[in-house]
Design a protein around this ligand. Structure first.
Ligand SMILES: NC(=O)c1ccc[n+]([C@@H]2O[C@H](COP(=O)([O-])OP(=O)(O)OC[C@H]3O[C@@H](n4cnc5c(N)ncnc54)[C@H](O)[C@@H]3O)[C@@H](O)[C@H]2O)c1
Length: 446
């Protein structure tokens, strides 16, 4: 759907008015295009003394085709990457200021700030733990100060997981993370192995990915992106969506499965289908979701039950069935689709907010258990995404949802899909137990 305000604000007269009146200024975001450079401009890399990651960063960036600049002199950096694992005391937080202060203004359009630290709960020394926890406030504040579509993230790398950061850095520095802003990502906190794909442009080659609710909206975009990355996509939706579902499956060279995931026999039918046709499945994306909004006092039981059933209970039954007999293969991925309504809550959405917070609970509860089997579970929590669902929201609420974030615009379905594809990558085996918001640093639940 079209963001008319963004079109206006980037026109000649619009630009002038936006500047004069201090109106929101949504920069068209840099998104991934095959073959395009990973970054517009070199990365400026620094680190606090004694850090664990600095040496490794050069190798990773080189492998990703990103040039590293030695100084900011005469260049407009596309990214500022800082290894803060050496920040072991509160005094050493000054290293952040020393690195970023002189160069932050020069960061390019849709540039990236990435700070790397240590998961605080892995640290026993209180001073170091406090200093590492403090990094989060720095990144979230920088995210709010950055302009022209630039974003900031904190990546917490567990000791021992230094060599497992590549898929995450590639994702965060590229246009694939366009609408992910001010997030904290954990790598290696639950172990996990990172298998480098033979071809980074097709990391899912040979994999089978199930996408529920794939006939339209975000689900269709997930099917597109996972197929682009080489997966065979099994596109699932309810029979009433059969025609649209077939179109998506044809477009991505995948196959269809018409199934209501809430049906009592759905898990068994799913297992049977995946085993018979594909010998199993590697990536499961629980995208199917519904809303039945009403304030709690006016909500019918059926509206409560339907939302909890599609958005949460059915997903747990499907997981159980896929895990019981190894239909979800070793190295498998389960990916949930939560919502910022599951984090911040929302008027008229007690049912939806409960179900989407439950998806976060599913990630928390299952991640340590599945880690032992070499399977990861993560979720995305989208904010305002431009879909038919959000097009139906009344204008004033829609405009508020769109602008109340650091990027002053809504995200696109592809932004959610790219985040899911990063989780699905074989090189993301140490990315487990994360809930990453795809919300442009929305003010809701921040
Ligand atoms: N659009 C947004 O801004 C936004 C924000 C946060 C979260 N989300 C979440 O993203 C997901 C996709 O949202 P969307 O905007 O693309 O919605 P959508 O309504 O366009 O698509 C949802 C799909 O799920 C399918 N589905 C519903 N019930 C099903 C069932 N019982 N069995 C199988 N399939 C079923 C629908 O037929 C539909 O094709 C949902 O989980 C939604 O809650 C969306």
């Amino acid at each position: 759907m079209t963001d008319r305000y963004q079109q206006f604000s980037t026109s000649g007269v619009g630009r002038l008015l936006v500047r004069r009146l201090g109106l929101p200024d949504p920069t068209p975001l840099r998104r991934y295009r095959p073959g395009a450079p990973a970054l517009d401009g070199p990365a400026l890399v620094g680190g606090a003394p004694g850090g664990r990651l600095l040496d490794h960063l050069g190798t990773v960036l080189k492998s990703a085709g990103i040039e590293v600049a030695a100084t900011a002199d005469g260049v407009r950096p596309g990214a500022l990457v800082f290894d803060a694992t050496g920040v072991t005391t509160v005094e050493r937080l000054r290293e952040l200021y020393n690195f970023f202060h002189p160069v932050i203004r020069g960061l390019g359009t849709c540039g990236r700030v990435v700070v790397l630290g240590t998961p605080p709960e892995r640290i026993t020394d209180p001073g170091e733990r406090i200093a590492q926890r403090a990094l989060e406030g720095f990144v979230r504040s920088v995210g709010k100060e950055l302009v022209r579509g630039a974003t900031a993230q904190l990546v917490q790398v567990a000791p021992g997981a230094e060599e497992k950061v590549e898929s995450t850095l590639r994702f965060l520095l590229s246009g694939k993370s366009a609408y992910v802003d001010a997030q904290v990502i954990r790598i290696g906190a639950l172990g996990g192995t990172a298998t480098e794909p033979e071809d980074w442009a097709a990391p899912l080659a040979g994999k089978v990915a199930l996408v529920t609710g794939a006939s339209r909206g975000i689900g269709a975009a997930i099917a597109d992106v996972l197929a682009r990355d080489g997966a065979h996509v099994v596109a699932l939706d309810i029979p009433a969506q059969g025609a649209d579902l077939a179109q998506v499956a044809n477009r991505v060279g995948g196959s269809t499965l018409q199934l209501d995931i809430t049906a009592a026999d759905a898990p068994a039918r799913l297992v049977e289908h995946l085993r018979a046709r594909h010998g199993g499945v590697d990536v499961v994306v629980h995208n199917a979701g519904i809303t039945r909004d009403k304030k709690l006092a006016n909500m019918k039981e059926a509206a409560w039950d339907a939302v909890l059933s599609v958005n949460l209970a059915a997903q747990l039954r499907v997981n159980d069935a896929l895990l019981a007999d190894g239909t979800l293969r070793a190295g498998g991925r389960i990916i949930g689709v939560s919502s910022i309504a599951g984090i911040a809550g929302n008027t008229g959405q007690t049912n939806y907010g409960t179900s989407k917070a439950g998806v976060i609970g599913m990630v928390d509860a299952l991640a340590p258990v599945l880690a032992e089997r070499g399977i990861t579970i993560n979720a995305v929590a989208p904010g305002f995404i431009e879909t038919k669902m959000t097009a139906a929201v009344p204008l004033v609420i829609r405009e508020a949802g769109r602008r109340m974030n650091s990027l002053s615009q809504g995200g696109l379905p592809v932004d959610v899909a790219e985040t899911i594809a990063w989780y699905a990558n074989p090189a993301s085996g140490a990315v487990n137990g994360n809930v990453v918001r795809v919300c442009g640093q929305s003010l809701l639940g921040a």
